[in-house]
Design a protein around this ligand. Sequence first.
Ligand code: SF4
Ligand code: SF4
Length: 61
Amino acid sequence: MQEKDGHVAVMGCRKCFKCDNICPCRALYRVDGLVRVDYSKCILCMACVKACPNKALVPID
Ligand code: SF4
Ligand code: SF4
């Protein structure tokens, strides 16, 4: 079960690396260069959502 309501989904990551090192919880990681979110670490601070120039990180309720 998820602890929090909502999560950050990754849709259409373009591997621009602009979100590297932005997550205070180190919840972002990559698989084959594509960003993924570790939901067990994410605190929904939205820093990555604001940083992504491609709107690939999307908050979902
Ligand atoms: S919302 Fe915040 S805590 Fe969650 S992955 Fe993005 S930067 Fe990290
Ligand atoms: S900033 Fe957005 S497009 Fe760029 S690597 Fe991160 S999630 Fe992918």
